[in-house]
Design a protein around this ligand. Structure first.
Ligand SMILES: Nc1ncnc2c1ncn2[C@@H]1O[C@H](COP(=O)(O)OP(=O)(O)O)[C@@H](O)[C@H]1O
Ligand SMILES: O=C(CO)[C@@H](O)[C@H](O)COP(=O)(O)O
Length: 473
């Protein structure tokens, strides 16, 4: 049996799956946690990758490996390839001011959307680089190369062979703000505008182009496995689900994401939809929120219950939670662009001051943000074919059952799994096969969840979602 491995280096953890290259059958898996925080030393991802690889029984017998990773994180390397400072992650909002400046400098959202398919917000790498140049000129001066989390881990697996050897793929490059999915080229002028000069950026590989081989070392004792280009986690999830044009993936992870596989690029001058590329040669317009599964974590903590009880409570309250609305901007928000907002609870009465109502409001609040996202990606013109629901939050029965009512469409829920890592593994198998299209692996049977749409939930949410306080400090 030929084995391939896929990695998901996500916000909260690192997951490794080992699969049969031919059938896609899961053979082994491992995982390890990442540290909390919106800036993280990449060395922690490497340590977690090493632990996850060990947990998955090592990769010595694996023929190919690819890495999927959280998008947009700014990894700065000096001329010797050493990390300059902890990486700023996609959910770090300190570059919100830089995003505003950059948008204005180019003449507004339309100019950015036309140039690179997105409008700057604090999540994107280009704004983090502007922040670095302004606030840490010493670190900026030491930065010889900039790359993304998955690029860096791929390069580490290759033995860190000098910064000129860095590679990436279309999917993740399209989330930087200085690579255009419309032309397939870097916009180094925009990188220079943000950073003041042009550091080395990774070479962008094709969807199934080999990225070299794994070096023998502490991550993998026996080197030689073929490396795939890897990709951003959302593009990897779409590949793991074998999503086809028109398929929407709603992911309730640390981020909330609504993405659609599309054969044409999307440019949204409002910045609601980011017009990314996917990992197969198509496009992946998506909407991302900063607040998803952690809203459930925080509400469970507040109520002193576990996730199973939170779900039971939510399902015991009426749709709309009697008018109680949780606006879930606990980490600020990216879509809508409110980096300094806080969460809010509206509609509190003696009747709604109940754990069950709060639990329901939390689930509905995060889903309302995603419902807005679904409307925005659907407005792009690609007809919606199917809607998949994945991510850690999809393990909640309440999320699975309430999602179709709030989103207004049936949702397909595959078995709990690591679809990002699976997508990376499928890419690794594709690279190995050298075929034109990814290998066909049997799709997991999905549970279909249907419910009568309850538009009143979104209507009430829309009435109050802008009534939030700014963060202190
Ligand atoms: N049964 C559950 N109900 C609700 N949330 C859950 C459940 N199981 C896990 N989660 C949450 O899912 C999140 C992790 O999901 P995951 O998709 O792996 O995130 P990421 O890829 O962003 O690291 C955590 O916040 C975790 O608490
Ligand atoms: O910023 C985005 C997409 O634009 C996020 O989706 C990150 O890619 C993090 O993903 P998770 O760790 O939540 O899966």
């Amino acid at each position: 049996m030929t084995l391939v491995a896929g990695v998901d280096s996500s916000t909260q953890s690192c997951k490794v799956v080992v699969r049969d290259a031919e059938t896609g059958a899961l053979v082994r898996e491992g995982r390890a946690p990442h540290p909390d925080g919106t800036e993280v030393d990449p060395a922690a991802w490497r340590t977690a990758l090493q632990a996850a690889i060990e947990g998955a029984g090592g990769l010595g017998d694996v023929a190919a490996v690819a890495v999927g990773g959280q998008q947009h994180g700014m990894v700065c390397l000096d001329e010797d390839g050493a990390v300059v400072r902890p990486a700023l992650l996609w959910n770090d909002t300190r570059s919100a001011g830089a995003a505003r400046e950059l948008t204005a400098e180019l003449g507004g959202g339309q100019a950015w959307a036309d140039a690179v398919g997105l409008v700057p917000v604090a999540s994107f790498t280009v704004t983090k680089l502007r922040w670095l140049a302004q606030h840490e000129p010493g670190n900026a001066a030491r930065t010889a190369a900039v790359c993304l989390p998955h690029d860096w881990l791929t390069w580490e697996l290759a033995g860190a062979p000098g910064v000129d050897a860095l590679v990436t793929d279309r999917g993740d490059a399209s989330g930087t703000g200085y690579w255009s999915p419309l032309t397939g080229e870097y916009r180094l002028d925009l990188l220079e505008r943000a950073f003041g000069r042009t550091p080395v950026v990774p070479r962008v590989l094709g969807p199934a182009e080999p990225a070299g081989t794994v070096a023998a070392g502490d991550l993998v004792a026996d080197g030689g496995a073929v490396l795939g280009p890897g990709t951003g986690d959302n593009a990897a999830a779409a590949l793991g689900l074998a999503a086809e044009p028109g398929d929407v993936v709603v992911s309730v992870g640390t981020s909330g994401v609504v993405s659609i596989v599309s054969t044409t690029p999307m440019t949204d001058p409002t910045g609601t939809v980011a017009g990314f590329a996917d990992a197969t040669g198509y496009f992946l317009p998506l909407v991302t929120t900063l607040n998803a599964a952690r809203v459930l974590d925080a509400t469970a903590r507040l109520l002193g219950v576990d996730h199973a009880e939170l779900s039971r409570l939510a399902l015991s309250a009426p749709p709309g939670a009697g008018g109680l609305v949780l606006v879930p901007y606990l980490e600020g928000e990216r879509t809508p662009n409110k980096p300094h907002a806080t969460g809010a609870l509206h509609g509190l009465t003696l009747a709604t001051a109940e754990p069950a109502h709060l639990a329901r409001a939390a689930v509905e609040g995060l889903l309302c943000g995603l419902a807005d996202g679904l409307a925005a990606v659907a407005a792009g013109g690609t007809p919606v074919r199917r809607v998949f629901l994945v991510g850690g939050g999809a393990r909640s029965e309440a999320v699975r059952r309430i999602a179709p009512a709030v989103l207004g469409v049936p949702v397909l829920v595959p078995p709990p799994g690591e679809y990002v890592a699976d997508g990376a593994a499928r890419q690794a198998a594709w690279v190995l096969a050298g075929s034109d299209t990814p290998p066909v692996w049997p799709s997991a049977a999905t549970e279909v969840h249907e419910a009568d749409p309850v538009p009143a939930v979104r209507e009430r949410y829309a009435e109050v979602r802008d009534l939030t306080a700014e963060r202190l400090g």
